[in-house]
Design a protein around this ligand. Structure first.
Ligand code: AHR
Length: 502
């Protein structure tokens, strides 16, 4: 195959950005659509365990090795009474969920979810309701979850069959409180004050917790980034992270522009980082605020279908985006963007995990399968743990509708010192041409290519279904390493994982 494009990279052991916090490969389960009911939980499913959770879904999730899962929302949390989801299941109320216009049966709640998550090796990132509730409900939930015993709420947990405290470390102070759609939406001043006071009380209950303050719901919010500046002015010393949320879509079917959207994500991270550092300077603080990108993904395919669903049903098929190949490429680029920001982005959640804008889909009572986006997420989670190294890149660029100088080559590099493995993630954004990549890895003496995984497809719109997995990786990439130089052909529109070890 002939190719015109050439890109060069230099990767050096000493170009360290930071250790990648494995929690950037986190995800999210909200009480929304079929994420919980029919997704992770379906007592009548042939693979269900004794607690009613689907075994086939757990098997797929174990492959992904998800370190942390945000729960229970999302918009849902801003109208949620956590007390409805604990205690004897047959006594739990059914409630209207106003966020998604459904009926919540409360069959799964705090204890069931935490037990399920720990069964697949995941921590829980718990969100508290700062929409309809506030300080009191938040401190009670924390006491219920984390206090060892001898108090009303911790003893209630024991009575509910959970003797040992859950020791949930990470807590979100509400969800998207900047958004007018949010139940209990607040101004920056209102939220900043409430988040600060909630944080103070929660830390009194359990000083070991980490707290996430709500940032903007996306970059196009009219209040971005003033929201960050104003809320952090209140919460800066009381919280550990500020959240970022962002979803993209290819609504105009302009794929070159769509694949450049990760540049917006990059800009978002830069802007939030600068805003945090401005507040740090203003407060003469010694503390550096970290970022939790706790909702990110592609979300647009299901928008029309969702407007046609009847309200007030249990677990309707909401937000069921069927992802195509180009979506997998953008998800790959978004992962690379976060790896390159490993010094500040310490947690992130692919939103979401099962059925609802998710890498895994299920049929009620039937099969479970991998969507296209499963693969870049899997590869990053498998091979993206270690030190993020800054690749120095020389790539041809293009101009798109909303972006100029978009590099055709997108990349990130992770060096796992323990296993002496180096992984070069390389994405070719060119839709018609392959690219010859040359990467100087001289500081990795004696390293050889052990695998070159490739995700590619002739049809950018190809999708996976229960019956057929059209988009899946192969290991036929041609990367080799000779004389301290990796050379590889990157097919047009392709995601590449080049693995080297000693
Ligand atoms: O993930 C779907 C929704 O997107 C979440 O509930 C909300 O936080 C965001 O707007």
């Amino acid at each position: 195959m002939t190719s015109m494009l050439k890109s060069r990279m230099v990767v050096d052991k000493s170009f360290r950005i930071a250790e990648v916090d494995s929690r950037v490969y986190g995800s999210f389960i909200e009480h929304l659509g079929r994420a919980v009911y029919g997704g992770i939980y379906e007592p009548s499913h042939p693979t269900a365990d004794a607690d009613g959770f689907r075994g086939d879904v757990k098997e797929l999730l174990k492959q992904l090795n998800v370190p942390i899962i945000r729960y229970p929302g999302g918009n849902f949390v801003s109208g949620y009474n956590w007390e409805d989801g604990v205690g004897p299941v047959d006594q739990r109320p059914k409630r209207l969920d106003l966020a998604w216009r459904t009926v919540e049966p409360n069959e799964v709640g705090t204890n069931e979810f935490i037990k399920w998550a720990s069964g697949i090796g995941s921590e829980v990132m718990m969100a508290v309701n700062l929409g309809t509730r506030g300080i009191d409900a938040a401190r009670n939930l924390l006491e219920y979850c984390n206090h060892p015993g001898g108090t009303y709420w911790s003893d209630l947990r024991s009575k509910h069959g959970v003797k040992e405290p859950h020791r949930i470390k990470t807590w979100c102070l509400g969800n998207e409180m900047d958004g007018p759609w949010q139940i209990g939406h607040k101004t920056a001043e209102e939220y900043g004050r409430l988040a600060l006071e909630t944080a103070k009380v929660m830390r009194q209950v359990d000083p070991s917790i980490e707290l996430v303050s709500c940032g903007s719901s996306h970059t196009a919010m009219p209040t971005f980034p003033q929201w960050e500046a104003e809320t952090l002015d209140h919460t800066y010393e009381a919280v550990d992270y500020i959240s970022l949320h962002q979803y993209y879509g290819n609504r105009d079917n302009d794929t070159a522009n769509y694949l450049a959207r990760s540049m917006d994500m990059d800009h978002f991270i830069h802007t939030v980082t600068s805003t945090c550092d401005y507040i740090k300077a203003k407060k003469r603080s010694k503390k550096t605020m970290m970022l939790s990108f706790d909702e990110w993904n592609v979300w647009y395919h299901s928008n029309d279908a969702d407007t046609k669903l009847d309200p007030w049903t249990i677990a309707p098929p909401q937000l069921e985006d069927v992802y195509n190949f180009e979506d997998a490429l953008l998800v790959g680029s978004m992962l690379l963007t976060m790896i390159r920001h490993a010094d500040r982005v310490k947690m992130a959640c692919l939103a979401q995990l099962v059925n609802v804008i998710a890498p895994i889909m299920t049929e009620n009572g039937g099969r479970a399968w991998k969507q296209t986006i499963f693969y870049p997420y899997l590869h990053a989670s498998q091979y993206g743990r270690g030190v993020s190294l800054m690749p120095v890149v020389d790539s041809p660029v293009y101009d798109a509708q909303d972006y100029t100088d978009v590099p055709y080559l997108d990349s990130a590099v992770v060096y796992n010192e323990e296993s002496e493995e180096l992984t070069i993630f390389a994405l070719n954004r060119h839709l018609e041409e392959g690219m010859e990549l040359e990467c100087d890895v001289r500081s990795f003496e004696g390293y050889k290519v052990t695998q070159h995984l490739v995700l590619e497809h002739e049809d950018l719109k190809a999708v996976n279904t229960a019956a057929e997995e059209k988009v899946k990786p192969h290991a036929q990439g041609d990367a080799i390493c000779q004389d301290g130089k990796v050379t590889a052909h990157l097919s047009k529109a392709s995601w590449n994982v080049i693995r080297l070890s000693k």
